[in-house]
Design a protein around this ligand. Structure first.
Ligand code: SAH
Length: 302
């Protein structure tokens, strides 16, 4: 899964109607603006530390960063921008929208400073392992096809995910800051096979054409929470994306944008619906924050 996704992301921009899938920041500027407002509020309540930086894990096209930074800059945040990205194809997109950023290949490259950090649909792309009982499910080749070695009741874990979350959480505990983790997944650990492939906006066979489809697994937010607290970081509860965006004022933001741009009223209403309603992205997508114990709980989680 790790190798396939490394190849997949390195060789294309998969986002948008002409690509394989669409993410929340690509649906509407309001998503990134609300993320920016949430981080601006965290930063202000921490005493507006001048050394804080905006950072993002897997920033895609840089759309979310550009929208969030517009709001952060208005709120007086003047810090640097650090993007963690391994894909040359997506770095080329990010530089168009966030030209002043600095790039890193992994989390350890981030500066030792308070972080205003975002990870939207990043963790779902990290590799999971699958277990049937105490045996790890792996792959074998049958003729020209990859097939799973085992079937049965599947449990998933993800050492790569846990290590990434622990590294972020340690950084936040030592240097201050908060991360908003936004992804689709479940609030409680459970059983089930959640590995999936998406290509041209449709589900595909995860074992067909390795490296040519987006491979993801649902994020186990309970496991993320445990990996973070094991380092001493504070974690918030897990809130559904629809509830979080609504609590942070997406309805008011849409109304304000529609007042200035009446011709966009329908498009804005549709975007709010896609981002917040239960049968679109509102329920399956969850939001949680991990933060320094010295920083207050970010807005939207109380
Ligand atoms: N956050 C963006 C893009 C999500 S797609 C959005 O919401 O639109 C996943 C992103 O994570 C891509 O930018 C991809 O290149 C990046 N990515 C995937 N695996 C990664 C890894 N191991 N290290 C760093 N970036 C990774």
């Amino acid at each position: 899964m790790g190798l396939c996704n490394a190849h997949y992301y390195a060789t294309r921009d998969p986002l948008g109607a002409a690509g394989d899938f669409t993410t929340a920041p690509e649906i509407s500027q309001m998503f990134g603006e609300i993320v920016g407002a949430a981080l601006a509020d965290c930063w202000a309540r921490a005493g507006s530390p001048a050394d804080a930086v905006y950072a993002e894990l897997g920033p895609g096209r840089g759309t979310l960063a550009a929208d969030a930074l517009r709001v952060l800059r208005k709120a007086g945040f003047a810090g640097d921008v650090h993007l963690v990205e391994t894909s040359p194809a997506l770095c080329a997109e990010q530089v168009k929208r966030v030209p002043d950023a600095q790039w890193h290949e992994d989390i350890d490259g981030l500066p030792k400073a308070p972080l205003l950090l975002v990870a939207n649909e990043f963790i779902d792309a990290l590799p999971v392992r699958q277990w049937v009982g105490s045996e790890e499910r792996s792959l074998t080749i049958e003729g020209e096809r990859l097939v799973f070695t085992l079937d049965g009741e599947i449990r998933e874990d993800a050492p790569v995910r846990d290590a990434a979350v622990a590294a972020i959480a340690r950084h936040l505990t030592q240097h201050g800051g908060a991360v908003l983790v936004i992804d689709y997944g479940h609030a409680r650990s459970g059983v089930g096979d959640t590995l999936q492939a998406v290509r041209r906006h449709k589900y595909a066979d995860p074992l067909a054409d390795p490296g040519e489809a987006d491979l993801t697994a649902h994020v186990d937010f309970e496991a993320v929470s445990k990996a973070a607290t094991s380092t001493g970081a504070a974690v918030t509860r897990i809130v559904e994306q629809g509830e979080w965006l609504t609590r942070l004022g997406i309805t008011a933001r849409a109304a304000a944008l529609a007042t200035g741009n009446p011709e966009r009223r329908d498009e804005l209403a549709l975007a709010v619906q896609r981002l917040t309603t239960a049968n679109r992205m509102g329920k399956l997508f969850k939001v949680m924050a991990i933060h320094s114990p010295e920083w207050e709980i970010p807005a939207g989680f109380q």
